[in-house]
Write a new protein. Structure first.
Length: 201
């Protein structure tokens, strides 16, 4: 899509450029990479969340980071080891995602990487008002569990997310459960610190 910047005022141009550039860029440390846990042991996993209550990641150990750790999503046993089938279903569920559900992700989403062969999907979700981008990753990492899709959802900017990442993951997890997956969402009882800081309870 092209834009005629001659017909836009300066603030609109800056906002358009910011959104375009943000969609093209992504953090350089995403993906399945060697990580180090709190005990100093190296493992393959997704990016650590950090301290802010605006991120969840299943490849972090629960004992290392209970505030951000969530269970991986387990695909149905009958799929066997067919990653093409697993990622076809993940793709269908993501493509059926409703922007604006629970008042989040009103700006839509875009699948940036969808690589079933290597077991990795990367999606950008956009907020409606300010065009903020959140990063979502889905990855099969054999060393972290059989039939397990590792999940990470994180805000790029700010400290709080006001429930956006939890609402997004819970929506997707519910859709996967309807297809026979064991896909748990974000439980506010076990993530009370997140819920309290983001004023969800």
């Amino acid at each position: 899509m092209s834009f005629d910047y001659c017909d836009m005022n300066l603030s609109a141009i800056l906002l358009r450029l910011t959104r375009d550039d943000t969609l093209l860029l992504q953090p350089n440390d995403l993906g399945v990479l060697p990580r180090t846990d709190l005990g100093g042991e190296e493992y393959l996993g997704l990016k650590h969340c950090g301290a802010a209550p605006n991120c969840f990641c299943s490849s972090d150990k629960l004992e290392d980071d209970p505030d951000h750790s969530i269970p991986a999503w387990i695909w149905p046993q009958e799929y066997g080891s067919d990653l093409s089938k697993v990622f076809a279903e993940l793709t269908a569920v993501i493509n059926a995602y409703q922007p604006g559900q629970s008042n989040v992700d009103g700006g839509g989403f875009k699948i940036i990487t969808n690589d079933a062969k290597n077991g990795y999907m990367y999606i950008q979700f956009e907020s409606l008002k300010n065009g903020y981008i959140d990063d979502v990753e889905l990855a099969y990492i054999p060393t972290l569990g059989n039939r397990a899709i590792q999940v990470r959802s994180s805000s790029r900017l700010g400290y709080l997310d006001f429930g956006v990442n939890a609402k997004r993951l819970n929506y997707i997890a519910k859709a996967l459960r309807a297809k026979g997956w064991d896909a748990k969402g974000v439980d506010f009882d076990s993530h009370a610190n997140y819920a309290i800081q983001n004023e969800l309870v």
